[in-house]
Design a binder for this molecule. Sequence first.
Ligand SMILES: Cc1cc2nc3c(=O)[nH]c(=O)nc-3n(C[C@H](O)[C@H](O)[C@H](O)COP(=O)(O)O)c2cc1C
Length: 369
Amino acid sequence: MSSQFGQLFRVATWGESHGGGVGVVVDGCPPGLELSEADIQRDLDRRRPGQSEIVTPRQEEDRCVILSGVFKGKTLGTPIAINVTNKDARPEAYREMETRFRPSHADFTYQAKYGVRNWEGGGRASARETIGRVAAAAVAKKALAEIAPGLEAIAYVRSIHYLEAAIDPETVTFEQVESNIVRCPDASVAAAMVELIKQVRSEGDSVGGVIECVVRGVPPGLGEPVFDKLSADLAKAMMSLPASKGFEIGSGFAGAKLKGSEHNDPFVMRDGKIRTIGNRSGGIQGGISNGEDILMRIAFKPTATLLRPQRTVSVSGEETELSARGRHDPCVLPRAVPIVEAMALLVLCDHALRQRGQCGRQGTALPQF
Ligand SMILES: Cc1cc2nc3c(=O)[nH]c(=O)nc-3n(C[C@H](O)[C@H](O)[C@H](O)COP(=O)(O)O)c2cc1C
């Protein structure tokens, strides 16, 4: 089913933007892990609307409640259901979308597919769906701390429109990412990004950009040959995010311009382990992690909903205009940062469990055994 993701660490999200609530069921989580609502809330707070002056002003606390799968603070191994009730729903602000399709949003395609759609705030296509993913990833983090200790995913805004930051993925810290509202660890560029987002918002317009994500402390050996390559699953995870338009790993599209002699990552021995000089592979070779940092970039388009007139067509086929109301993110990137991290953690948790299930251990960098 389309709302499920993962093989062993399996998540199913549910809910619409202005329905009763949104959430997730996590099935396959190992038993005995300490898990509280506070663990999940920390991550949801980074994603929630209304958190700063450059995101949607919708006021949602996004308070999570664990309904099942946890007893006396520990996971039971049974499905973990997490609910977030929608509080600040104002469906009347979206009435014009009942009869007119927003350009480049999901209104037309949902209508074409199902013949019926919840037009209130984008329904299922709303980024509120990603609450379930972030909540599930908070659980995945707990599992990963046991089965792949030291693994961490850090995402940050790399560029917005034409503003490009200079960031070292090897050393960037969570605190640097969280030091400003745009979540770009390059302080001077971050300030310009904030001003740009405010300016396009005042013009009823929007901007997109690129989020980079580094996963450090990945053991070698995660990923399956052929269809479930780690790189393929990460690409699917990131391309399943609303508004994502491009995915690169390692050298990405720029690597296509290099010669093999320039592109290869030579192997060397370092601290008794087989390592590489350079990391154009982005930490994955043959679909399997090689122990280097996994490095990805995800392109997000400018927000589709504009608070200015746009040419469109009505449900009955008349050419018309649509000027949106409602509350929107003029740039989705600052709030997409924790969601990108969440998807990376879901994929890695699933593959760490699969590796343990098949091989009984995490991969080891030769020649240790
Ligand atoms: C964090 C986040 C917030 C978003 N906020 C909005 C928004 O306020 N308005 C909007 O039109 N789209 C928003 N989007 C994007 C839409 O959900 C998305 O464009 C829509 O579902 C159509 O899907 P597609 O762009 O992947 O084709 C947001 C996306 C993310 C990741």
